[in-house]
Design a protein around this ligand. Structure first.
Ligand SMILES: [Zn+2]
Length: 234
């Protein structure tokens, strides 16, 4: 049986939680990065053997925080990851709390992006890390000015632990939406940041990197992935 085709990218495309070909940044992490220059922040690097060594350099508390965060992020096999999130209409305290929690989870899990869907909340919100700045939260994201130029690179996902697969993404785009207070937001993104935004918006449409990779990589990933028990949130 063929898997469904990925939806086309258009201005309503909603998309990942990613992975990173560059390390996430957080002031508290500097100490780790100084001693782990190869750390990429890509969860799936664990299977490549890189992060296993790097993770050993994280202190026990950081390791525990990361594991706890991962138990609170929905994993492959959880049907919620295939559902479409709803537009946010209330920019209230619940939304602020959700965004705060997502930023913390993303940071603790060593990710550079996280969609609300991955926390079991079907609202169109994602957070991502761009460079050294504080994490950015985007509500009701849409894209415009998607470049014809694309790039293929490996992506991992906090909900698909242990794998990376090649995914083609637009190289440049403009991301529009609201901030958690309801103010308009518009950001031009390029390269890795544009990739993350596309990955996270995919999550909001129930689309995973498995849907956007080659048949060969898809089959190899499935051989690694198994539905994991869903651990209770704390
Ligand atoms: Zn993801």
């Amino acid at each position: 049986m063929r898997r469904p085709r990925s939806p086309p990218y258009d201005k309503h495309m909603k998309a990942p939680c990613v992975l990173a070909s560059r390390r996430p940044s957080h002031p508290d992490d500097e100490a780790h990065y100084e001693t782990s220059s190869q750390y990429t922040g890509r969860v799936a690097d664990e299977v490549e053997g890189q992060v296993i060594e790097e993770s050993d350099e994280l202190d026990a508390e950081a390791q525990a925080r990361r594991q706890l965060a991962l138990t609170q992020i929905r994993q492959y096999g959880d049907p919620v990851l295939r559902m479409t999130a709803r537009e946010v209409t209330s920019f209230d305290e619940d939304l602020q709390r959700l965004v705060t929690r997502m930023k913390q989870l993303m940071h603790d899990a060593r990710g550079v992006g996280l969609a609300a869907t991955q926390t079991g909340i079907l609202q169109r919100v994602f957070v991502f890390q761009e460079g050294e700045e504080d994490a950015i939260a985007v509500v009701n994201p849409v894209f415009s000015d998607l470049s014809n130029e694309t790039e293929i690179d490996d992506e991992g996902c906090l909900s698909l632990q242990g794998i990376t697969v090649p995914v083609e993404r637009h190289l440049r785009l403009t991301l529009h939406g609201k901030d958690p207070e309801g103010n308009d937001l518009s950001i031009e993104l390029e390269g890795h940041a544009a990739r993350v935004a596309q990955h996270e918006t995919d999550h909001l449409d129930g689309v995973l990197i498995l849907d956007r990779t080659t048949d060969e990589a898809y089959k190899a990933a499935l051989a690694t992935l198994r539905p994991k028990p869903i651990l209770a949130s704390v």
